[in-house]
Design a protein around this ligand. Structure first.
Ligand SMILES: [Zn+2]
Length: 116
């Protein structure tokens, strides 16, 4: 497996997320400086902020997974399913380079989550 390829993929994605977070944070700072005239504006502003927060939380979660995957590359554990210990297919890693589970385990987890 071409580890350098996946390392590059992960690092590019990490840079992109860090940029997104920086932009979103500065936009939020700008919003704080806007003068609010009526309650309607304020409600709209709050809704926007909530959406931004959700997006940002998702990105931070993804960032964490990317960091973990990069660490695995360092330790020679990259691309191994955390549940069954099998090699994750490179094709799957190309789509999701920080995948923790192989397709079989992933579908088991998703099925269990769906039952809840
Ligand atoms: Zn597995």
């Amino acid at each position: 497996m071409d580890l350098n390829y996946f390392k590059q993929l992960l690092e590019e994605r990490r840079t992109q997320i860090l940029e997104n977070i920086t932009i979103a944070t500065s936009e939020l700072e700008d919003l704080k400086n806007v003068e609010i005239n009526d309650e309607g504006d304020y409600a709209a502003l709050c809704a926007d902020n909530m959406i931004d927060t959700v997006i940002q939380e998702k990105q931070i979660a993804e960032l964490k997974e990317i960091e973990e995957a990069l660490e695995k590359i360092e330790h020679g554990e990259y691309g191994i399913c955390e549940m069954c210990g099998e090699q994750i297919k490179p094709l799957r890693l190309k789509v999701k380079p920080y995948a923790k589970y192989c397709i079989v385990c992933r579908s088991i987890i998703e099925r269990e989550n769906g039952q809840r």
